[in-house]
Design a protein around this ligand. Sequence first.
Ligand code: GLA
Length: 379
Amino acid sequence: MKAQLVEKFRATYGRAPEICAYAPGRIEFIGNHTDYNGGTVLGAALDRGVWVALAGRADARRQWASDQRSTRVTSRAEDGAKRTGAESWVNYPLGVLAALPEFGVAAPAGFDFLAMSNLPSGAGLSSSAAIELASALAFLEMAGARLARETVVKIGRHAENHFVGVPCGILDQGVSGFGQKNKLVWIDCRGPIFAMVPLPAAAHFWIFNTHTKHALVDGLYAARHRECMTAAEALGVGLLVETNGAALTAAEANLAPESARRARHVVEEIARVAAARTALEGDDLVAVGRLLTASHRSSQLYFENSTAELDFLVDALVAAPQVFGARLTGGGFGGAVMALTSAAFGEIEAHAVAAAYREKFGATPEILHAQTGDGAALI
Ligand code: GLA
């Protein structure tokens, strides 16, 4: 991909890039909406992501091109305002630039920028975190700043929280930054603390991207964030990670039903992440799969961030004997379902699921036999 990136940069700007960087998309393995509640989460970096190429300019002009868009965006260093409509993809690298001074780094002034991606879009596989991390590495290199990986991850999240305006946790950027092939990234989001958990060799991932996205998805994400904070407050804790199932049961009668449901999902999901880690370390994929499916059922019942399309896919997948478990991956309200399968699940089985989905919804989900990959790096 680097050769294509350099070639495309030359074709776009008539010169070679000076810096190239890559960051992967991710699968949320388990730990749904646990990150901003201070909980734990397990994710895997994919072998797909976003590439960024950059070359400095003598003036303060900034040019932005992407292989996903036909038109180039131009801005100036002194104008860091948020973009809208077809230009809004630029907000991810712009958000990184706006974050840099907070981390003691002066943002580079003028440059030519190119992004390329091979991640399915709108699938909940974190193309936004991937472009944030690849941009952060490239801009930091241009500024001559060497920061710890953890800081690069925090810069990406800062861009998302403060510039893009999504109150996300550390999952997407953490996994994109720390991912390793054949490993899951475990994050204790309060530290944050990062650890690697080997992926059993028999584990396979299949992703079914519905290409559906709730029109209000960002607003719904922010609403869930708020609801969790309201529930924590009602329970007398700062974050939901500080309570547990027994305390929640004892307090449940005094909680608004919605708060009780949101808290139940988060508290039990945090327990499922711990159980999944133990089961992974014991190579027990059957137990892991059960936890994944239980996570989805909890999304359906308590967190209410699933959709009819995602539920249908999970039901169809778990009915197949080669599937250990399946769940929505990412924020929810559309996007993709991830299945953990044995090697016996193949194209035939995947297409049977897709055919049943087409029959019901009149649209074909995109199928991806996903491979894990390494985290963000200069290339
Ligand atoms: C999105 C957010 C993450 C996380 C997940 C849900 O991917 O960006 O921070 O909250 O949703 O687990």
